[in-house]
Design a protein. Sequence first.
Length: 561
Amino acid sequence: MKITGARAVIKALEDNNIKYIYGYPGGAVTPLYDELLNTDIEHILVREEQSAAHAASGHSRTSDTVGVCLATSGPGATNLVTGIATAFMDSVPLIAITGQVSTSMVGTDAFQEVDITGITLPIVKHSYLVKDASEIPQIFANAFHIANTGRKGPVLIDIPKDIQLTSFEYVEPTKPKLMGYNPNYYPNIKQVARIKKILEKSKKPLLLIGGGAVYSKCFKELEELFEKVNAPILTTLMGKSAINNNLENYFGMLGLHGTAASNYAINQCDLILSLGARFDDRATMLTDNFAKNATIVHVDIDPAELGKNITTHYPVVSDIKNFLDEFNPIIEKLDYSNWINDIKKLDEKYPMKYNKENINPPMVIDRLCNLTKGEAYICTEVGQHQMFAAQFYKFSKPDRFVTSGGLGTMGYGLPAAIGVAKANPDATVINICGDGSLQMNFAEIATALEQNLPIKLFLFNNSSLNLVRQLQYFGSNKRYSGIEFTCNPDFCKLVKSYPNTEAYRIDDISQIDDVINKALNNGKFTLVEVNTQTTEIVYPVASARLGVKKLDYFDGEEILY
Ligand SMILES: Cc1ncc(C[n+]2csc(CCOP(=O)(O)OP(=O)(O)O)c2C)c(N)n1
């Protein structure tokens, strides 16, 4: 059977159960767009290519399918770059397809030509420039395999226009077998036994859960571990939705904006059992002062992570679920009540809190968490609102937190929410945003409406890039520079200018519950705007100079560990 390159691309997507593709057309992908008319795969036309990558990322993170985005050559491809880097940093499986100028023109500075495989080299797991149409079936089979195995990540496939039009004799791809690519999913049993012994010897262990545990889908296995090992639990930002945040032993997020209790625990513990956390600098802060008294057991699917940022005493290469499948059955019940009580006391002395007199983001997020029972999908942009969401939304179900943790990409939340809502049509999908971030990609409101997605935007409007203001407050002696917006739109009117939307403003504490309930139940795309103060600070803040050894707590209080 002879088929064209473009048909082969669509067939490869069909064969991989792809139902949606997020994209934006252009001259170098017209054959692919023509082929999209002959398939059941639904194309979702975004308003800018970056959003196609973010939407595909949101889809991927909250479903069993790999997100796919499509852009034309040149500016279309470069607009994808931020989205690809965002996915790379958070280990999100993604297939990014770009059109390229025709083969004979590659390298001639042709119209809309850009070397996208070169540009993206450091931010993809792998990339392909297709040189022969007959390679397409195998390239796609390999690309899906690479994106969705081992430590997951984005794969870029750049396809010249003439190759999309070329016909070739179709041959089924073989099962991917890639030289030098053999991700290891299973732990060495001897190592698992050794870690059991190390844990049993420890007096003050703590369990640190990272994003790798979310991707490993080991919610149940983690609960089994927590039932057996009564030790304190911490998470990274990315690990928050790997566990039920209401567990009694869970002391919150560690690091820069982590709880006082978790940073205390890091200082005091004698063992960290890290499951899928990569010791990012926001979590460890200054590594010289990080967990100085602790033996570090680091379980990660990516061998390159082990010992990368901090000295690892016991590295284990494994998928987290597979590690727990071996570890849980051999572990006896272990109880560290004294150690837990120690941390609890500190937690009671220095709890997470917010001002109860004036309306503020933590107060609204706390209510939102209550009214959604911690079960909503929470997407975020990047800024203070993101940190408040991480601190105050207590997730009770797995895989619900969709945030750009690694790259910290403003403009991520709304398009990601579109992907989440497409992948989970009956779920409540909320994007928590600041006015700076929302304005980066707010044109995607139209995409959400075209798709009939009743996403809820919770906008904390301070007419300012307030997380940067906070950095300048602490780091630049309160010399504020380049952070103020003096011409913001009336966001409610803006959203209402689209058909079939709702917009509410919360001005007073007494309105919070009522407005949240209305927003959650109206079945429409909705904006809830809360005007907040620029004086808002995300507390606690770990010291840039001393890391987790010193914390600026609320009301100017300092905690030294
Ligand atoms: C694309 C991008 N540009 C710049 C930054 C740097 N940055 C981090 S937070 C922030 C301010 C965010 O402002 P806003 O979205 O209004 O949220 P707020 O902090 O006010 O809650 C900026 C500019 C970034 N993270 N991403």
